[in-house]
Every structure is written in structure tokens, then in C-alpha cells.
Ligand binder design. Structure first.
Ligand code: HEC
Length: 113
């Protein structure tokens, strides 16, 4: 069924403007990977459970200063759904891409900023 006439210009306008609006909203090109600023924002969300700066205050493991390789392997396993002990982390890591996961592992392996 063809689209009704009044709808067409609206769809055309949406198709024309959406990609440009999306480009304007993203300050860095996607291929460049997450910036340090982006990672500090993302990493800030981990503090809710893993403690301030990833230094645990309770039963959830500390992230700060743990080896980058260990963190990376764990995060990748959560994302892949292969970590048998996982509760929330499997769901959380599905929201991050490979570059962000790599950057998070690197970020927490270093000393607190
Ligand atoms: C809602 C609470 C919560 C949030 C938010 C959270 N985590 Fe976790 N994290 C956990 C729990 C609980 C575990 C233990 C494994 C499990 O039950 O999923 C864990 C385990 C881990 C482990 C494995 C540690 C180890 O040595 O085995 C890593 C790495 C990790 N989280 C990284 C992160 C990162 C990076 C973020 C932020 C992007 C984050 N977590 C956000 C609760 C959380």
C-alpha cells in the first residue's frame, strides 16, 4: 500500500535531517574509540557497585589496580555470556562495545585519577 500523501514530506524531511543531526551530536568520529573523558563517565557508573573509583567497600570485587588482562578477560566473558558466576555483569556488559570494554579494563588497571 502506498504511503498517504501528507505523510511523505514528513518522512523525507526525517530521512534528510536525521543523519546530520546524529553527526552533530557526536564530537569525535566513531572509529577513534572512546575518549578519556567518555571512559571516565562510563567508569563512573561502575562506582555504584564497585565502590568509589572502583575501590570496593563491600562484597563486590575491587577493580582499581587489578591487572588489565584479568579485567579484560572477565569483561569479555560477561559480554559473551560465558562467565558462570555472573549475576548482573552479563546484562551490563552487553551495552558496551569492544573498544569501550578495552578502555574500561585499561582505565581500572591504572592508579585512581
Ligand atoms: C549493579 C551493580 C554493578 C555495576 C553497576 C557494575 N558491576 Fe561489575 N560486578 C558486579 C557484581 C555483583 C560482580 C560479580 C559478578 C556478577 O555477579 O555478575 C561484578 C564483577 C565485575 C568484574 C569481575 C571482577 C573479578 O575480578 O572477577 C569486573 C571486571 C567488573 N564487574 C567490572 C565492572 C565495570 C567495568 C562496570 C562499569 C561499566 C561494572 N562492573 C558495573 C556488580 C556491578
Amino acid at each position: 500500500m502506498p504511503l498517504s500523501l501528507p505523510l511523505r514530506p514528513a518522512l523525507l524531511a526525517l530521512a534528510l535531517t536525521t543523519p546530520f543531526a546524529a553527526m552533530a551530536a557526536s564530537p569525535t568520529p566513531p572509529a577513534a574509540g572512546p575518549s578519556v573523558q567518555d571512559i571516565s563517565v562510563i567508569a563512573g557508573t561502575c562506582a555504584n557497585c564497585h565502590g568509589p573509583n572502583g575501590q570496593s567497600t563491600g562484597g563486590i570485587p575491587t577493580l582499581r589496580g587489578v591487572g588489565e588482562r584479568h579485567l579484560l578477560l572477565r569483561l569479555q566473558a560477561f559480554k559473551a555470556g560465558t562467565a558462570a558466576d555472573a549475576t548482573v555483569m552479563t546484562r551490563l556488559m552487553k551495552g558496551y562495545d569492544d573498544a569501550q570494554i578495552q578502555a574500561l579494563a585499561e582505565w581500572f588497571s591504572k592508579e585512581a585519577p
